[in-house]
Design a protein around this ligand. Structure first.
Ligand code: AMP
Ligand code: AMP
Length: 351
């Protein structure tokens, strides 16, 4: 989508070149985003709740902090933000705390294509997008009687794996599904393999896709379960939980990198066909599980910066191959904005 004429004129004026402020909400990947913005020469602004003030005040790269009592207060700040020539960088907390509609209503220039939000949030749409991109995805089942077990049951809009159900058999499914009775959910085949999350950046300016890092997540208590001997596990009735609390770095077998790049490219191309002509751009992540036949199974698209990128604040093995300087995802976003300002092309990357 092209910015309205009046906004475009405002943003393309050369007198604004050095006067931009990069802002985000205080959680998820805020530190990385603002450090990257600072390193690229922008002013930085953080909007956060009172209880996080002491954390964020520790960091000198944050020029200004605006405190709010709750996230519902965010829209009231917009006039102030626009006066400061602010560009907002959304991350995982934007949809989690402002809601999808709250995001769509933001009037301050926003890095990314808001139309992608609908395609990320609706699991069926996401499925269609992956299909169009020819990504290998785990089968979904309408009917639990026809499912191949084990399965994982995911509610719509779940945050960070919260509330998922693992079922090893039809009997277990029927017992556990009662907790989901009022929710919309999908039943997906559970894939046994290596979970691997690929961090992409697509530049609409250079029209190139970059892989800047790869992580895996530590999910309580799924990742803790394997540390308990089977003898004890048998006696325990603990349900698995996929709530993510930490991340660690991974590198991929080099012979699998061509497909990793190709998957990102296909996803971008498909988005231009089914979402709009701009499609997805900036940071995104493919959450994959690799099976013993070395195949990627894509379980989810995260259509924005993922928190696991924080591992690579100083760059990753992959970003180092592309840039002879430390290039975090936060910095890469700021770099794109900087290039767009220089080329007078901000309308290509803001909504
Ligand atoms: P928070 O800022 O911790 O409240 O998280 C906001 C959203 O981002 C939630 O949906 C979290 O599940 C997700 N999230 C936060 N930290 C991580 C992480 N390290 N890895 C993956 N997802 C995360
Ligand atoms: P998601 O919300 O789709 O990122 O899923 C949260 C976590 O659940 C993932 O990080 C995986 O550990 C696990 N998971 C989700 N889908 C599958 C699947 N189809 N097979 C195996 N594990 C899965």
């Amino acid at each position: 989508m092209i910015l309205p004429q009046n906004r475009r004129q405002q943003w393309n004026g050369s007198s604004f070149m050095k006067k931009y402020t990069i802002a985000t909400l205080g959680s998820h990947s805020a530190l990385q985003i603002l450090k990257g913005a600072h390193d690229e020469g922008f002013k930085t602004l953080l909007i956060t709740m009172n209880d996080r003030q002491s954390l964020y005040e520790r960091f000198s790269f944050i020029d200004e902090i605006i405190l709010i009592k709750n996230y519902q207060e965010f829209p009231k700040l917009e006039n102030q933000l626009r006066q400061k020539n602010t560009i907002i960088i959304p991350h995982g907390s934007f949809v989690a705390y402002l809601g999808m509609e709250g995001n769509k209503k933001i009037r301050t220039p926003y890095f990314g294509n808001k139309k992608v939000l609908d395609w990320e949030a609706d699991r069926m749409k996401q499925h269609e997008w992956m299909k169009k991109a020819q990504l290998n995805k785990p089968p979904l089942y309408d009917n639990p009687d026809e499912a191949e077990y084990p399965v994982i049951v995911k509610s719509f809009g779940a945050a960070g794996g919260k509330g998922y159900i693992f079922a090893g058999s039809k009997k277990e499914f029927k017992r556990k599904i009662k907790t989901m009775s009022h929710k919309q959910y999908i039943i997906q085949k559970y894939i046994i393999g290596v979970p691997l999350y690929i961090h992409y950046f697509y530049s609409p300016l250079s029209k190139k896709i970059e892989i800047l890092g790869i992580d895996r997540r530590y999910e309580t208590n799924t990742d803790a379960w394997g540390r308990i001997p089977f003898r004890e596990q048998k006696e325990m009735k603990t349900d698995l939980s996929y709530v993510v609390v930490a991340n660690s770095p991974l590198t991929l077998r080099e012979s699998m990198l061509p497909e990793a790049y190709a998957m990102g490219e296909r996803l971008v191309e498909a988005s231009k066909k089914i979402i709009d002509s701009r499609g997805i751009f900036g940071p995104f992540c493919l959450e994959t599980i690799i099976t013993s036949d070395q195949k990627f199974h894509v379980i989810e698209i995260s259509a924005r910066i993922v928190a696991g990128t924080f591992l690579f604040e100083q760059g990753s093995p992959y970003s180092w191959l592309l840039y002879d300087e430390p290039m975090s995802m936060g910095r890469r976003i700021a770099r794109e904005i900087k290039i767009a300002i220089e080329k007078n092309k901000l309308d290509l990357i803001l909504d």
